[in-house]
Ligand binder design. Structure first.
Ligand code: SF4
Length: 627
């Protein structure tokens, strides 16, 4: 039931809403000034300001963005008004994050705030689908002739485990990948819904009026659906959304709007969709299927040739995963022909499956239809899309996404009835100028509204003593990383070894290019170093490497991409210490490269040196090291 009743004029509804929000504001005050201190909670100024400002933004009907430094307690800062809003307005509230660690932390925080406020909303934690067991897939896999069935899987299934975290960590990830929930669609679930936790969660999300804790991918998928006039994944009554770790939002939107197609996947989808047509009708679509297969083959032969040519031309891209799509007249003609033929076959299959009232599944034909629409939309607006090729084993796939993600983010997040609260420890790119200047990078990436529809909050600084606990070492004497690449790698490795000598290993080394990482790994592994060198592995083996890195405290882990997030933060607790080394001369102190000032200003650590002796002295003086 909603808080507002049907017969009020819009003006009266606004007044009622404002009064309700003012009442929420009073409760927020009493929480921070009475309830929490009486319960022994130490409240922080930035946290309280953030809560009050959120209520102010809601009263003014604005979206809200705040950079809240590590340690100010930002989760309480937004959970208090969000839980009070949920109670008063009787509407669901979504809280979305981007890491599983924060989701689990928030689960605990929500329950603490609920207790303090004496509230009992339903709280639903919806982790990504790959965290849950699919009983149907597990049954199918375990009944496969010759399947490897580890004891951990057998006993976990027998014990009715539902989540990955219930199974022992020793269950190999590649086995888990075969039995977890994948490409969930309620229409594909039959006969196993009652015992399936993930199905229960997805069903509850549609009707709950409580608090939904999910990830940004799921929230983005939901918004894409409801902005496209579909049902959505979460109760559509929701009108308040909190996005934590919001510095990731444009990336999440980009990956949600990125599509990949390859020959094997298209053939498989067409085959599954064809099987949904009654056997007697299949001969009628045979011609369309054959045409589509022919043009798919022709297009992907061309894509593969392009990839091979690039590999032959340059040794540098021999191990690369991504390649240019040349966009020549010939390849565009082949792409257009393929899309036309996919469209025809998808249409024919839709016609025959919709005539069939015998209640057969149409999951694959629907998927083919959606894909055909996406491809058609892309080719009609090809200049607004980025297209590239990715290596997939020995084959190649075509990947495409819209060029302008900020327009899409803005349409999804800021153009609906929902008001959105965005926060993160890193949202600004400068610490002076107007607030619009300070948040300019975030604004340009997300299209956050800066006029009357958006409230930019004064950044709340972290209370952590960054400059006492950490130091940045920057190199100003190395060759240029791209212009003198080989010399850069050779001298960069030597410099890395000097730094690792100071720290005795214990390092996470991040690269922007996978090829560089592999080259450095090869060099380091051949040296007889007193610490172990680990390198991130593709997909499933990643957890094992991370575990080894955590357990072997002197080890050195080399990584790219996702490693920048989640495990890449140096300061998490008040007592954490460490050094950050930037082995790239473009950040040297004096001659300004393009983003020189912006990068330095946005880093919270101001204590920096380009002198290795100074770095060594600082490192050895750190409390955790010298004790
Ligand atoms: S309900 Fe769906 S997701 Fe759950 S076990 Fe069955 S098929 Fe798998």
């Amino acid at each position: 039931m909603s808080y507002f009743f049907g017969f009020n004029t819009p003006e009266e509804q606004k007044k009622i809403r404002k009064a309700a929000l003012t009442a929420i504001g009073e409760k927020v005050t009493s929480f921070f000034w009475d309830i929490a201190p009486n319960d022994g909670f130490e409240m922080r100024e930035g946290q309280q300001d953030m809560s009050f400002e959120i209520v102010d933004a809601l009263i003014r009907d604005q979206h809200f963005a705040v950079e809240a430094g590590v340690g100010i307690g930002k989760s309480f800062g937004y959970l208090v008004p969000a839980l009070l809003y949920n109670k008063k307005m009787e509407k669901p509230v979504i809280v979305a994050t981007s890491t599983i660690a924060l989701q689990e932390q928030l689960w605990d925080d929500i329950h603490i705030v609920m207790k303090l406020l004496n509230l009992q909303p339903e709280v639903i934690l919806a982790k990504g689908q790959s965290h849950y067991l699919c009983h149907k897939r597990a049954d199918e896999y375990m009944n496969l002739a010759g399947a490897v069935i580890p004891e951990e899987l057998k006993s976990g299934v027998a014990n009715e485990f539902q989540e990955r975290k219930q199974f022992p960590p020793t269950l190999p990830q590649n086995i888990w990948d075969k039995v977890n929930v994948q490409r969930f669609s309620m229409r594909n679930c039959s006969g196993c819904e009652k015992k399936c936790l993930y199905y229960a969660i997805r069903s509850k999300l549609k009707n709950t009026d409580g608090i939904i804790l999910c990830n940004q991918d799921f929230l983005t998928a939901h918004l894409l659906q409801i902005r496209g006039w579909q049902d959505g994944l979460i109760n559509r009554e929701t009108d308040l959304i909190v996005v934590d770790e919001a510095h990731n939002l444009d990336d999440k939107v980009r990956s949600a709007t990125t599509e990949r197609v390859n020959q094997g996947m298209l053939f498989g989808l067409i085959k599954s969709a064809t099987n949904e047509v009654k056997a007697a009708d299949r001969q009628n679509i045979y011609g369309d299927v054959e045409n589509a297969k022919k043009s798919i083959r022709a297009f992907f032969d061309c894509v593969k040739t392009q990839m091979q040519e690039q590999i032959t031309r340059s040794q540098q891209v021999r191990y690369a995963d991504r390649f240019f799509f040349d966009g020549s007249e010939d390849s565009i003609a082949l792409l257009k022909a393929m899309i036309e033929d996919i469209k025809s076959v998808a249409f024919s299959i839709q016609v025959y499956t919709s005539y069939d009232y015998s209640n057969r599944t149409t999951a694959a034909s629907d998927e083919l239809d959606t894909l055909s629409e996406s491809l058609t939309e892309m080719i009609e607006q090809i200049d607004d899309n980025l297209l590239w090729i990715e290596r997939k084993g020995n084959n190649a796939e075509l990947v495409y996404c819209p060029k302008n993600t900020s327009q899409i983010t803005s349409r999804l997040y800021f153009n609906g009835k929902e008001r959105v609260i965005l926060t993160s420890a890193t949202m600004t790119n400068a610490n002076c100028g107007t607030l619009a200047d300070q948040y300019s990078y975030f604004i340009s990436n997300t299209g956050f509204p800066t006029e009357e529809h958006g409230f930019l909050s004064e950044p709340k600084p972290s209370p952590y003593p960054y400059d006492e606990h950490s130091m940045i070492y920057f190199c100003d004497d190395l060759p240029h990383p791209t212009q003198e690449h080989e010399a850069f790698i050779n001298q960069g490795v030597q410099r890395l070894l000097e730094v690792l000598d100071i720290s005795g290993g214990k390092a996470l080394v991040l690269f922007t290019a996978k090829t560089d990482m592999e080259e450095v790994y090869d060099t380091l592994s051949k040296l007889n170093l007193p610490y172990k060198i680990l390198m991130q592995q593709p997909g499933s083996s990643q957890d094992k490497i991370l575990q080894e890195f955590r357990e072997n405290t002197n080890s050195v882990l080399l990584g790219t991409g996702a490693y920048w997030e989640g495990i890449g933060r140096l300061i998490r607790n008040f007592t954490d210490t460490g050094i950050v080394c930037i082995i790239d001369r473009r950040l040297r102190d004096d001659p300004p490269a393009k983003y020189h000032d912006i990068v330095w200003k946005s880093l919270p650590i101001k204590n920096k040196t380009n002198n290795l002796n100074e770095l060594k002295e600082f490192y050895n003086s750190l409390p955790n090291i010298s004790e």
